[in-house]
Design a protein around this ligand. Sequence first.
Ligand code: NZQ
Ligand code: ZN
Length: 393
Amino acid sequence: MFNFEFYAPTRVVFGRGVESRTGRLLKELGVSRVLIHYGGGSVVRSGLLDRVAASLDEAGVAHTQLGGVVPNPRLPKIREGTELAMQFGAELILAVGGGSVIDSSKAIAYALADPDHDVWDLYCGKRKAAGCFPVACVLTIAAAGSEMSNSSVITNEETGEKRGYRDNQCRLKFAVMNPELTVTLPAYQTAAGCTDIMMHTLERYFTQGGNMELTDRIAEGLLRTVMKNALILRDDPANYDARAEVMWASSLSHNDLTGLGADGMDFVPHGLEHELGGMFDVTHGAGLAAVWPSWARYVYKDCLPRFVQFAVNVMGIAPKNTDKETALAGIAALEEFFRSIHMPVTLKELGVEPTEAQILAMAASFARNAGGKKGTAKVMREADMAAVYRMAL
Ligand code: NZQ
Ligand code: ZN
């Protein structure tokens, strides 16, 4: 077990109807002016935006609004939000939506704290954030885990780059989580969300050593719980308890809990997806499902004990004659699970057919951004990344 620090300062308010408490939660923070940030309109259609605004009115919190955040959130909207928040004198950014809206809010919050520098500098690794305005959310999709993570991911359309930036300063002040709000999600988004949740734990699971037994059991329990409830939601999308299980898993899977004591995080599948997202604007969770089986088959021999443990403890595989056979059976079982919730398991199924030149460009961009190499299951360099894209075709 390696030393670790666990920092999860976000206040979680969870359950039916809790969005009505948003105004009071802001008031408790001493906040009186807020920018409400939202996406493409689902929160308008569901009436959630009006309910949240009414809660702020009741608490005497002044607010202005900016919608239009798209999945894989873009820089121009962040610049627009920064400008509006400054003019309005916003003291906090309230994201009403999913990972894309929260991440756009985090980027606005960084920009507000340091208006003399370009916020994109943070995402391309040029500098660290000087500060971050407070951010909070009313969550509408269980997926990215941004409500408790220290990460945000944005896309620069001009360069086709999708980049993440991690910094504890952006941890949310509070996250309002009502599982009922996720019932209106399209089935594809529910499934992509479940995939992303699983992936945040899997990215922490395939390491070379130092793993804590307790962390492993939490990770395995989370993975099994998400798979079970993803299948329930496939057949019964309005099932409250399943929505609740998955929503809480979303937060726990990316607040570091499922990787404590390990020797780092892999995050190569995420890096592969981020390049796909930057170039082809794919749905994040679906992009992960499309590359994971190929990545796993490429790396499993270098991380065999963990792939065997995963096969037995998570996928319920009875040990086979050799460890390699057991590991491969575990990978095939997860691939089959993705199929069963209608996730793509190849790039073609994802609707993307990159040319060889595009594969080389994505691999080069990933490797450059990662400083030449990345991964704990197997250290991957540019040629390895390109090989996985080719396998995933
Ligand atoms: O924009 P609206 O109209 O709201 O529609 C959204 C969007 O089309 C829709 N949706 C959300 N809640 C809904 C709903 N539709 C009906 N009813 C509801 N209750 O779902 C679509 C996807 O929303 P989005 O916010 O993009 O989903 P998600 O939470 O999966 O976020 C994806 C983004 O987060 C990044 C991804 O790369 C991607 O850009 N990630 C952020 C992370 C982080 N900050 O820690 C970690 C992740 O690994 C990930 O990279
Ligand atoms: Zn993710």
